[in-house]
Design a protein. Sequence first.
Length: 278
Amino acid sequence: MIQADAEILSVRRDGAYYHLSFAAPGIADGFRPGHFVAIAVDDAHILRRAFSIRSASTKAGGALQIIVSPKGPGTQWLVARRPGDIINVIAPLGQPFRLPTDPVPCVLVGGGYGVAPLFELANQLRARGCTVEIIVGAGDAERLHGVVEARRVSDAVHVTTDDGSAGEQGRVTDPLRRILAEGRHPAVYACGPMAMLQAVSEVSAEFGAVAQCAVEESMACGVGVCMTCVLPVVGEDGVTRMVRSCTDGPVFFGDRVRWSEVGTVPADTLGAPEARND
């Protein structure tokens, strides 16, 4: 983990999103798919913004690329930066995706700009001899991201939109269910909205597939101090604990996350307050 002032190299709009790249001396060397970066925005916002790292290059001193969806003041400030501007970053953060030790067929599922970390993951999986299919989904065509690149780094691509404006009309779980029904994909990787991750985890478990999910919980500090990103996860010992997405994740095994209770502290969680009998 390195904190540094980074120079913006480029900002480019792509549909509903922005590609932002910045110099990252010493940071790119430690990058693994699933890592994220915490970026300080303007002085009016104390809390940093967390973004999945889309790609990293070690050439010319190193650079990182992220995808930004400008939804609020902080992200709008960020996409208004210009080449040469300086931002303060902390990276690489979090626990990355785990790679299989043997070549296995894999399916990668991305929702909206959540597909960002899956491209380099696909590259690394294929370098290990794995076959890779990618499912790219979004609400509509404008919010799709990376379909062309998905075709470049995978063996097959499936595109879905909720409204049918591009690809197959439906949810990412529709092609996922068909793929898993063929019995060819024991490894599933996913990144996107929490509701999508829950659905992917449930479908994967139905077919006995192992799903790794990079969660999109709000991360304020990015280093495990503020505890704003905790969620209930069942450990290998069967005990539920409130774990930090930023340090224990963002990648978790999907069948371990208590998706329907995210945002709460389940009564049987280790250390949870005892239920009151009023």
